[in-house]
Design a protein around this ligand. Structure first.
Ligand code: SAJ
Length: 423
């Protein structure tokens, strides 16, 4: 039975998994190449926002079941959980996976298990990790075991989903998969399904690509609805009453480090066979420009030339403080290119990450000609429009997160993305 775990990469997935293992009977050592991340963690300061994380980290540090540093340590199992971004030409950047694997080589001993958690293009375990692990001089598959155990958790509900979700575990051989299952069973209550590493890699990328395609469909529908006088949100809700239909929802774009990135892995390896996936990426990437253009049209419709936009929401989605690949940033760029002045506010992002950002709602809205909601944070849903001072009373809701009646009763003109009554 595995007793010690070394987790490489202390981001959303690495850190949350590390504190779970350390609260469920393992002794865990976490590694991050960024010394300030390590320093903060050791001082119980979080660099990421996730419900329940602070308590679990505090307990693990106090009980001594979790330590963190910038270098790996010997352990029974190694878990690699590092970013897998895309390069500017949309090809997968697997440098972090390669470097992280290299970094554990001096510490890997006979009988150890090495698990990749990061989302990767199919064949990464085989083509990138295995050659690095061969440097240990140990026999792969008999001396050391290797598996892919992709995470499936949604930011905002990570701890609930880490426990409850089923997991797909792919080993380079049966023993590798079995050992990985045994390790995760310490806290996973969902079923753990075993397969080979390449299948597990493909399954994970397929899941996120499914969501990207579905959202692209919703975004395309929202553009059609804008032109024909239909509220797409209502239409999708009705369509989803069909027992075999589950259309996702439109918005100002698709962000985050997963859904907007992983489909490119399939485009890269699929080439001409991945046309639908490729097109969906383009549709979703077209939404920030579309949103900016609609904002300008609304202003023009109200006889406002130029004007100031208060952008509400910088995070890539509601109730997180993560701005990676956030469509809000791209929307702001387009708004500025269209000659509009922008001030932005996000109650979840406590440090100014963007030149337009203010920490004060009042400062963002005071002289605004339009309030542009780009993220469905719960704080926004409960805003009382009567308490908001603006220059013009116009609101554009791109996430269907506001109560139309409440805003209209407060004297605002309410516009909804994907609602033709629009303009
Ligand atoms: N979005 C829409 N319309 C929707 C749903 C989402 O426009 O109907 C947008 C969001 O606003 C956001 C983006 O899509 O900008 C992505 O958000 P998300 O909530 O769909 O996904 P992530 O990136 O937070 O998490 C996804 C999850 N994958 C799936 O649901 C298949 C999660 O389970 C994965 O673990 C995670 O990717 C990951 O790490 O791969």
């Amino acid at each position: 039975m595995t007793k010690t775990v070394c987790v490489v990469g202390l981001g959303y997935i690495g850190l949350t998994s590390a504190v779970m293992f350390s609260n469920y009977g393992m002794k865990v050592h976490g590694v991050d190449i960024n010394p300030s991340v390590v320093r903060n963690i050791n001082e119980k300061k979080l660099h990421i926002e996730e419900q329940g994380l602070q308590e679990l980290l505090d307990r693990a540090l106090e009980e001594g079941t979790f330590t963190a540093s910038t270098t790996p340590q010997e352990a029974d199992a190694f878990i690699i959980s590092v970013p897998t971004p895309i390069n500017s030409n949309k090809t997968a950047n697997l440098d972090y996976v390669k470097e992280a694997t290299k970094s554990i080589v001096p510490y890997v001993k006979k009988g150890n298990l090495v698990i990749l958690e990061s989302t990767v293009p199919p064949k990464t375990v085989e083509n990138i990790m295995i050659p690095e692990l061969m440097e240990t001089g140990l026999e792969i598959g008999t001396d050391i075991y290797v598996a892919h155990s992709p995470e499936r958790v949604i930011p905002g509900k990570i701890f609930e989903e880490l426990v409850k979700n089923d997991r797909i575990v792919g080993g380079i051989n049966e023993k590798s998969a079995e050992l990985t299952k045994e390790l995760y069973e310490s806290f996973v209550q969902g079923e753990i399904h075993l397969t080979d590493a390449t299948t597990a890699e493909l399954v994970k990328v397929m899941e996120n690509t499914y969501r990207d395609l579905n959202i692209a469909f919703a975004n395309e529908l929202s553009k059609i609805a804008d032109n024909i006088g239909v509220n797409i949100w209502e239409a999708i809700q009705f369509a989803n009453l069909h027992p075999r239909v589950n259309i996702h929802f439109p918005g100002p774009g698709v962000g985050g480090h997963c859904i907007a990135v992983d489909p490119w892995f399939l485009v890269e390896i699929g080439g001409d066979d991945a046309q639908l996936i490729h097109l969906s990426r383009h549709i979703n990437d077209s939404m920030p420009a579309y949103t900016a253009q609609k904002t300008l049209s609304i202003l023009k419709d109200n006889k406002i030339e130029g004007g100031k936009v208060a952008v509400l929401g910088l995070a890539f989605k509601g109730n997180v403080n993560d701005i990676r690949e956030s469509p809000s940033i791209t929307v702001i760029d387009y708004l500025q290119q269209l000659g509009l002045e922008v001030v932005s506010f996000d109650p979840h992002i406590k440090e100014n990450n963007h030149e337009t950002q203010t920490q004060y709602l009042e400062e963002a809205t005071r002289d605004a000609d339009i309030l542009l909601f780009l993220t469905d944070h719960h704080e926004f849903k409960t805003f009382d429009p009567l308490t908001i001072t603006t220059n013009n009373k116009i609101v554009f809701d791109t996430k269907n997160c506001l109560n139309r009646k409440v805003w209209q009763n407060a004297g605002f003109q309410y516009y909804l993305l994907g609602d033709a009554k629009f303009i």
